[in-house]
Write a protein that binds this ligand. Structure first.
Ligand code: 5GP
Ligand code: ZN
Length: 114
């Protein structure tokens, strides 16, 4: 997608601090972190929102969560805890319309979120 900032990051047209790369995903640090650890797990395929997922994406979504689990382990935050967030559409705060899973850790989190 020509106007998608995450597609440009994936194509390395915009720099990012990459944490992990797989054939399916790239994980990079959020440019405006909301916690000491704030990583975005982004599928290489341009999927705008959770609403665009289909039955065929079951494995992709499962792998996204397992990727987050693996990154949390590498960061040493598995036991302390971390929050995984998928924002869907503007009402939930989505600002980049290329599916991404937020991995947040390193500070206390309240529930319910604000
Ligand atoms: P959303 O609000 O759509 O769920 O999250 C989008 C996230 O992407 C935000 O946390 C924002 O800080 C991050 N972001 C937006 N533009 C860039 C960028 O150019 N580089 C990086 N690394 N993160 C970005
Ligand atoms: Zn995109």
């Amino acid at each position: 997608m020509d106007d998608c900032i995450f597609c440009k990051i994936l194509e390395k047209k915009i720099p990012s601090q990459r944490v992990v790369e797989t054939p399916e995903f790239v994980a990079f640090k959020d440019v405006n972190p909301q916690a000491p650890n704030h990583i975005l797990i982004v599928p290489r395929r341009h999927i705008p929102t959770v609403n665009d997922l289909t039955e065929g994406d079951k494995i992709l979504i499962g792998e996204m969560v397992l990727q987050a689990q693996s990154i949390a382990k590498d960061l040493g935050i598995s036991e302390e805890g971390y929050r995984l967030v998928l924002n869907c559409n503007r009402g939930a705060g989505q600002t980049v319309f290329h599916l991404h899973l937020h991995l947040l850790a390193g500070r206390p989190f309240s529930w319910p979120p604000g």
